[in-house]
Design a protein around this ligand. Structure first.
Ligand code: ATP
Ligand code: MG
Length: 651
């Protein structure tokens, strides 16, 4: 791999000096230090936690790719995220600030959190949950969700959180696959001001399962719960009342024992049941929360992801709470009741750190800068993004309009499977390059390789792999060790030489400074006249045009693959022929004439997964007039008809 240097290429942005002065990590020597002392360097992460029993060995790789981190160490995640902060005199410090959809708020101090986590842990035992039982959660963004997760962690019962927007079918499939006999849900929740019946979805899922399922129902709508509770169903508040004041000794878990299961978001197909351990995962998320998100105990930190996805697990719940900070949890959407909502929450809570997704940033950009401008965002110190590649224009918009050019932006690449951040700049150390995630996190080793598994030249596209294990890595897939090896370790490993290489499924490019540009998933790379083009590069060129908010491109298979572009205009711009010409020119100038889209279709929305990612494979099916593939992870099914209608009109 190319060596990391401090070279300043065109367009790179140094970290703001005021930030560097106070950063948790500001010494560039950390990269060499971690490399020279690998895997021992990861003790720096494990030291952030309290262990009942110290580990004997940092890493055991005898049974690769089934790696053991922090061998024989024993700890409890709930103790680390809650109890120890009481002991260190922070019991009246806010742990969780919840902002509800209808403008209610609730604040839990560490003491409050401790009380309710203990009471619910006792309740879980009452209803029969034992160590290692999988408890499924199907809840929107309400405080009872992280409380239930921490209560499970306390008694050593792995949780499996299923995003609340999934259907009854999707829930049933995941419960069955996880062999889970317990479900925690709620009566309903408000969606754009209207009550939505979550419990009937949950009940429908349970009907589809053969096992007896014990259900706990949180009262979110404020109605009488009793009349909706059936056999084997308990009201959350009743359970808490029955266990008022109870305390539950945290169960000592071995580092490698499961903390939770998480099904991937299903952007590419069948979701996979990823299993995360306790010691490695919590070390990795605590350490990256400190080194990358720069979280300090007195910070108010807001990650706008949903806890139903890995980002919410690692960086709303476990990472920030392990560090004793205040984590903000928002139930609503960014545009309800109006488009100022996010900025209002930041202003009102003096949020120091804000972590969101490119899809949200593109929406903010589309709505216009007048919304953030109307709010005092000066409390912000650091901005982050995760989930998809971010195009340079959106990056710069975020940096300027939200961060006022005072806040570093960390573009963090990682996956459900990696548990925590893998590729990003350290905000107090490296220069940022808009659209380019950065080098691997210290202690993480990534390589961009060709078909033969050899490192590509800098500037070339290749497969993004991880060639050394890392603490936050998945332990296995719940449906089997064989599938774990097949999915992630088959492509580039050479078991005969005992060389194990993890393949992420993404393509990327690496530059002379060792910075990684993620091009997208392997499936999202288009081959045009022999050139391998990342959808992200073409889309970046297109959204570089003033008036275009968001774009997705796909390949259409004629005799030669050509590019189809789908674009959304910013508010106040017309989708007309001149804009279409500008798009073509931008691609020609930015990439080359060969990449010019054959078709530019203006639409009002793009197909998105429930986790907010563009589902390009559906656009590809539409462009190629093929039957649509699996649409269960699609959030906005109406988009298909809309785009097909426009396509039809234009032909
Ligand atoms: P599935 O694996 O089920 O298809 P998914 O990959 O969308 O779903 P996640 O684990 O939530 O599920 O997402 C990880 C993926 O998100 C990465 O593999 C990558 O494609 C993309 N991603 C995440 N962060 C970034 C980033 N900063 N830059 C570019 N891509 C990113
Ligand atoms: Mg994936």
């Amino acid at each position: 791999m190319t060596e990391r240097s401090e070279g300043k290429e065109n367009g790179s942005v140094p970290p703001p000096p005021g930030f560097v002065e106070q950063a948790n990590v500001s010494d560039a020597g950390i990269y060499d230090e971690f490399e020279e002392n690998w895997p021992g360097c990861w003790e720096r992460a494990a030291e952030l936690l309290d262990w009942y029993e110290g580990y004997d060995e940092v890493l055991n790789d005898e049974d690769a790719p089934f790696y053991e981190w922090f061998v024989d160490g024993r700890l409890n995640a709930s103790y680390n995220c809650v109890d120890r902060h009481l002991e260190s005199g922070r019991k009246n410090h806010a742990a969780l600030k919840w902002v509800g959809k209808l403008k209610e708020t609730r604040t839990y101090t560490y003491q409050d959190l401790h009380r309710e986590v203990n009471e619910f842990a006792a309740a879980l035992r009452d209803i029969g949950v034992e160590e290692d039982d999988v408890v499924t959660m199907y809840m929107p963004m309400i405080p009872e969700l992280p409380i239930a997760m921490l209560a499970c962690a306390r008694i050593g019962a792995p949780h499996s959180v299923v995003f609340a927007g999934f259907s009854a079918d999707a829930l049933a499939t995941r419960m069955e696959s996880a062999d889970s006999g317990f479900l925690i849900t709620c009566d309903g929740y408000y969606r754009r001001g209207n009550a939505f019946n979550q419990k009937s979805q949950a009940d429908n899922a349970v009907l589809r399962l053969d096992n007896e399922i014990t259900t706990v129902v949180v009262d979110r709508l404020g109605d009488e719960l009793d009349h909706v509770l059936g056999e084997g169903q308990y009201g959350y508040d009743d359970l808490i009342r029955a266990n008022a004041g109870a305390t539950v000794e945290p169960v000592e878990r071995e580092a490698g024992e499961a903390l939770f299961l998480m099904y991937t978001s299903g952007t590419t197909g069948e979701p996979k049941g990823v299993v995360h351990g306790t010691g490695g995962y919590l070390s990795h998320t605590a350490w990256t929360s400190k080194a990358v998100l720069d979280i300090k105990p007195d910070d108010t930190y807001w990650c706008s992801a949903d806890i139903g996805w890995i980002t919410g697990h690692s960086y709303i719940v476990y990472g920030p709470l392990a560090l004793g900070a205040t984590t903000v949890m928002y139930e609503g959407t960014p545009d309800y009741p109006d488009r100022s909502r996010v900025w209002e929450i930041i202003e009102r809570n003096s949020v120091d750190i804000f972590y969101t997704a490119p899809t949200a940033i593109r929406a903010f950009m589309k709505w216009g800068s007048e919304y953030p401008e109307a709010h005092d965002l000066s409390s912000l110190r650091l901005l982050g993004t995760v989930g998809e590649p971010i195009n340079p224009r959106a990056w710069k918009w975020y940096y300027k309009n939200i961060g006022n050019e005072n806040c570093p932006v960390v573009d963090t690449w990682w996956q459900t499977e990696t548990g925590g951040m893998m590729v990003t700049t350290l905000p107090g150390v490296g220069d940022m390059k808009p659209g380019n995630a950065g080098p691997a996190v210290p202690g993480v080793s990534v390589e961009v390789v060709d078909d033969a598994g050899e490192a590509v030249e800098s500037g070339e596209a290749g497969y993004l792999t991880v060639d050394k294990p890392w603490p936050g890595m998945l332990r296995t897939l719940h449906d089997g060790d064989g599938r774990y090896v097949d999915e992630y370790w088959r492509g580039f490993s050479r078991p005969d030489d005992d060389k194990w290489v993890y393949f992420s499924g993404d393509e990327a490019r690496i530059d002379d400074d060792g910075y990684i540009t993620v091009l997208g998933r392997v499936d999202d790379v288009i081959n045009v006249s022999g050139h391998r083009l990342g959808t992200m590069e073409v889309e970046s060129a297109i959204v570089g045009v003033e008036g275009i908010a968001e774009a997705a491109v796909v390949g259409s298979d004629g005799t030669e693959t050509s590019i189809y572009a789908y674009a959304i205009t910013e508010d106040g711009y017309d989708a007309d022929a001149s804009l279409r010409d500008e798009v073509a020119t931008a691609v020609e100038n930015g990439i080359g004439g060969f990449a010019q889209p054959e078709e530019v279709v203006f639409t009002t929305q793009l197909p998105k997964t429930r986790s907010g990612k563009i589902m390009r494979r559906l656009l590809e099916d539409i462009a190629n007039h093929e039957p649509l593939g699996d649409t269960s992870a699609l959030r906005n099914p109406e988009v298909v008809g809309e785009i097909e209608a426009i396509d039809g009109e234009e032909e």
